[in-house]
Design a protein around this ligand. Structure first.
Ligand code: AMP
Length: 331
């Protein structure tokens, strides 16, 4: 039987957080073995925040080095940089004509940006349509994401269904995949909110580049509650539950067993064990990561190989779509 296709992307807007690592990156190595995997460095998506160009380039290489450090076998998957496959930008225009203004403005992430910032560019509104194109270009069956991206995958499904209905069967309609635990790792200083990259400098976010000392410091400061009872109860004990989830995901144990393991112990012990689990995960990863990062020629070679593989499929899909909507291919 043919392998199913998965599509996954991370934005090089900063250094990946422990949330992104647990939400998606941790399982990628195994997914590459099981699925036909497209793994993308979503640099076009990163443009919505108008990053410094040099920093964006460096972050793209960093993300590539991280993917490699995770042990992803690039001979068994398609690992590529989004902007090197222009079909992503091209399909975006086509799909925007099959997306309702109302549904795009209803996206929670867009509304959050709108509420927080005076400057809301069109890229932010367009972001989920670009993401829909990413997924649909590769006949994707499954999209593994954290909970924050679930709504965007649902929009992608709606766009594909609408397009197929109006124009005839063209796109495969993908399913979302969200891990059972760890789909929303929360910040350590505010365990009711997603751990996010934008809080650099904030002690609530752990980055995959963080030193051992920083990890210990950040976990020690993690907000818990005034009791001293270790229990998995996200509603009433979000801080403790978040720490238990982090530990469970990193150790590959279900969270109820972890809660049982720590029952009767104090918060200090839990924090020490969580910090150790993070360090044990990130230290070996960082060693490989910095080694890959030193060799830009090798990284460029990987990108060149990925571009060829991704573009072959993306071109095929785009040609089909152009034909379906009535565009004339150049002779
Ligand atoms: P991003 O770095 O925002 O491009 O996210 C990369 C992937 O990690 C996406 O699939 C997100 O849904 C996922 N992700 C990001 N932050 C978290 C988090 N705090 N908990 C779980 N998953 C996350």
């Amino acid at each position: 039987m043919d392998k199913k296709t998965i599509y996954t992307a991370i934005k090089p807007t900063g250094i990946l957080t422990l949330g992104g690592y647990i939400g998606v990156a941790q399982n990628l190595k195994d997914m590459v073995k099981e699925y036909n995997a497209y793994i993308c460095i979503a640099d076009l998506h990163a443009l919505t925040i108008n990053p410094d160009p040099q920093v964006l380039r460096e972050n793209s290489y960093k993300l590539l080095a991280l993917y490699l450090a995770l042990g992803i076998d690039t001979n068994k998957c398609t690992l590529y940089l989004q902007s090197q496959v222009p079909e992503h930008a091209e399909i975006n225009w086509i799909l925007s004509n099959f997306t309702m203004f109302g549904e795009a403005t209803r996206m929670t992430q867009f509304k959050d940006h709108q509420a927080k910032s005076k400057e809301v560019n069109m890229g932010l509104l367009n972001y989920p349509i670009l993401m829909a194109g990413d997924i649909l270009l590769y006949d994707t069956d499954i999209v593994p994401v954290g909970i924050d991206q679930k709504q965007h995958v649902e929009l992608c499904r709606n766009i594909a269904i609408r397009f197929n209905h109006k124009m005839g069967d063209t796109f495969k309609v993908p399913d979302v995949m969200i891990r059972k635990e760890g789909y929303k790792i929360c910040g350590l200083s505010d365990p009711t909110k997603k751990m996010s990259k934008s809080e650099r400098g904030d002690t609530g976010t752990i980055f995959v580049e963080d030193s051992k000392e920083d990890i210990i410091k950040k976990v020690k400061r993690a907000v818990t509650d005034s009791e001293n009872e270790i229990k998995y109860d996200p509603e009433n004990k979000p801080g403790v539950s978040n720490l238990l989830t982090i530990y469970a995901c990193l150790k590959n144990i279900d969270v109820s067993s972890v809660a049982a393991q720590f029952e009767g112990q104090n918060y200090g012990t839990l924090k020490t064990e969580v910090a150790n689990a993070i360090i044990e995960t990130l230290e070996p990863l960082q060693k490989k990561y910095y080694k890959y990062l030193e060799d830009k020629d090798y990284l460029d070679e990987i990108l060149a190989k990925g571009k060829l593989k991704a573009q072959a499929k993306a071109r095929e899909t785009l040609a089909k779509v152009y034909n379906t909507v009535g565009l004339i291919p150049a002779k």
